[in-house]
Design a protein around this ligand. Structure first.
Ligand code: BG6
Length: 487
């Protein structure tokens, strides 16, 4: 029979992290500050349904002048900078084929616009890649994961400025040349669509500095700069590393209609289109027509330079990667209970789904839906580079951690992933988010844990930083050795 029965041999199993959430050492060995270093810890009572990471220019200046003294957990991470050997040994024990990490741009170019790169920063990633090589773990490297050099924010207002394209491509060229024999898989921008929800997070942009412009105007202009930068980085990667494979990265916001009212169907389609616009550009090399209509109706005008369209067209990505944590439901039919919706305003409760401790609606089958949709829309190889459950863990007296809820979440998602593969979806790999506990992106909490590996550190930054295995460790190990057959 021609039917596909499971994951292809060589399927890339692993885990994913971001420099600013694990490394720490924020001011060591010549590293400059990044936007993430200015994001404070947000106590629970101040947290809304969505996203609270946008800071203002005044806030940044006050922090730098030491007039404010909040806590900034991303500056310390989990000290991966000094413990990467121990951590990578644990990843090897898990059986990782791939490890997704990001390069902290400000470690390489401390101000973003420096004439020369910082050698100590380059050396650090050489060490990390060499360590991975010892265990035959492929690195999958994100060039920009919510950690724009802060100097680029203060001097240019981040990606709103076209000048960032040049700084980014210089950085990309520097690391491609340096690591050409060590890194084959690259991602250009983490969750590139998030810039429209949080311009500071995604683009290092302070919208308050542009009071005459709408958030959409600012964000889509900046996204255009990132699209051009992404295409140019793809071109450079292919020139410098002929066997390289470059992917875009989307925060997939799979959206469902709550009812079968045609208006709900259209509203869900509209939300899905606004989300998939970002992959459309990366794959098809052009803006889709529905987006020009959206721009016209929302008074957005994109300033493109001559040659931009050709660049997008000439250098599409090799594969599509994305994060998937939850699905989102929307309705035009009356009031419903609002929920955390991956930053989508108006997300409402799906009565068939359970939610995580952080109110995210858990939907394994939604992952199959998403994979099938991607496949039908693009026919390109797909890579799930983030998925997982942020949860509170309890350490028992003997030190064990029985995270059955995490195993349950991952098992159900991997099952659906396998169904999608059987449906004919071309899936390259799967990297679970935060294989080792790390600092939360949205809240800077330590207690929102994703790991198979526990890190002894609390929300206040107390703890030994010791690493230990949760029950999910042995489980994921088995998933990998059986290539997804034993769940
Ligand atoms: C993704 C980000 O949006 O979600 C990660 O790329 C992040 O950086 C992950 O950590 C989970 O979100 P959170 O807020 O639970 O850390």
């Amino acid at each position: 029979s021609k039917a596909i029965t499971g994951f292809q041999p060589g399927f890339l199993w692993g885990g994913a992290t971001a420099a600013n959430q694990v490394e720490g050492a924020y001011n060591l060995d010549g590293k400059g500050l990044s936007t993430a270093d200015m994001v404070p810890w947000i106590p629970k009572e101040k947290r809304g349904l969505g996203f609270a990471m946008d800071v203002t220019a005044e806030y940044i200046e006050d922090v730098l002048a030491e007039k404010i003294n909040d806590r900034y957990p991303k500056r310390d991470g989990i000290d991966f900078y000094h413990r990467y050997k121990e951590d990578i040994a644990l990843f090897a024990e898990l059986g990782f084929k791939v490890f997704r990490l990001s390069i902290n741009w400000a470690r390489i170019f401390p101000n973003g616009d420096d004439a020369e790169p910082n050698e100590a920063g380059l050396q650090f990633y050489d060490n990390v890649f060499d360590e991975l090589k010892k265990y035959d773990i492929e690195p999958l490297v994100t060039l920009s994961h919510y950690e724009t050099p802060l100097a680029l924010t203060r001097k240019y207002n981040g990606w709103y400025s076209r000048e960032l394209i040049g700084f980014y491509t210089k950085y990309a060229e520097t690391v491609f040349k340096r690591y050409k024999n060590k890194v084959k898989y690259w991602l250009t921008f983490n969750e590139i669509n998030v810039i429209t929800h949080s311009p500071y997070t995604g683009g290092g942009i302070l919208v308050g500095q542009l009071p005459e412009k709408t958030k959409d105007q600012i964000a889509y202009q900046a996204a255009h700069h990132q699209f051009v930068a992404s295409a140019l980085a793809t071109k450079l990667a292919h020139e410098i590393i002929p066997e390289s494979q470059v992917g875009c990265m989307l925060a997939r916001m799979q959206t469902y209609p709550v009812t079968n009212h045609p208006d709900d169907i259209l509203e869900a389609q509209r939300q899905n289109d606004l989300n998939l616009f970002f992959t459309d550009v990366h794959v098809n090399g052009e803006y889709p027509a529905f987006m020009y209509r959206y721009f016209a109706e929302n008074n957005v005008s994109i300033n493109k330079e001559i040659g931009d369209d050709e660049i997008l067209k000439q250098y599409p990505v090799d594969f599509i990667s994305f994060s998937y944590y939850m699905s989102i439901s929307v309705t035009t039919q009356g009031e419903r209970e609002q929920v955390a919706g991956n930053m989508i305003e108006g997300a409402v409760k799906n009565e068939y789904l359970e939610t995580s401790d952080w109110g995210w609606q858990i939907d394994p089958k939604g992952l199959r839906v998403t994979l099938r949709d991607f496949h039908n829309r693009y026919g390109k190889p797909l890579f799930i580079v983030e998925n997982g459950l942020g949860a509170y863990d309890k350490v028992e007296e003997d030190g064990s951690i029985h995270d059955t809820y995490r195993i349950d979440y991952l098992k159900k998602h991997i099952e659906q992933m396998k169904e999608a593969v059987k449906d004919g979806v071309h899936l390259m790999g799967y990297t679970a988010w935060g294989p080792i506990d790390l600092v939360s992106m949205s809240t800077s909490e330590m207690s929102k844990r994703y790991g198979f590996i526990y890190v002894d550190q609390d929300d206040e930054g107390n703890g030994t930083l010791n690493r230990s295995k949760k029950d999910s460790f042995a489980w994921y190990q088995k998933v990998i050795t059986s290539n997804g057959e034993e769940l």
